[in-house]
Design a protein. Structure first.
Length: 81
């Protein structure tokens, strides 16, 4: 209904935001590192679990960002960074 038939000759470039899952896993990674530091400072060996969780979430962040950049490149967007 609202189409006027006009097309822009200039392609619109939108920024490539970080995928939401990458942002969430980055937050989890930072919180896990903080929890590991606090745990080790208190003398608890439970910090090892937090370190493992930080490693897992950092890998998830890396893969999600890489997948997002690959998808942007496939769409023809700028994938430099």
């Amino acid at each position: 209904m609202g189409d006027t038939g006009r097309r822009s000759s200039v392609p619109r470039q939108e920024p490539n935001p970080m995928p939401r899952i990458a942002l969430y896993s980055l937050i989890v990674c930072v919180l896990a590192v903080v929890a590991a530091v606090v745990s080790f400072v208190q003398g608890s060996w439970l910090g090892i679990v937090w370190v493992l969780l930080a490693g897992l979430s950092s890998n998830m962040t890396f893969l999600a960002v890489r997948r997002g950049r690959a998808a942007a490149a496939a769409r023809g967007g700028s994938a430099t960074g």
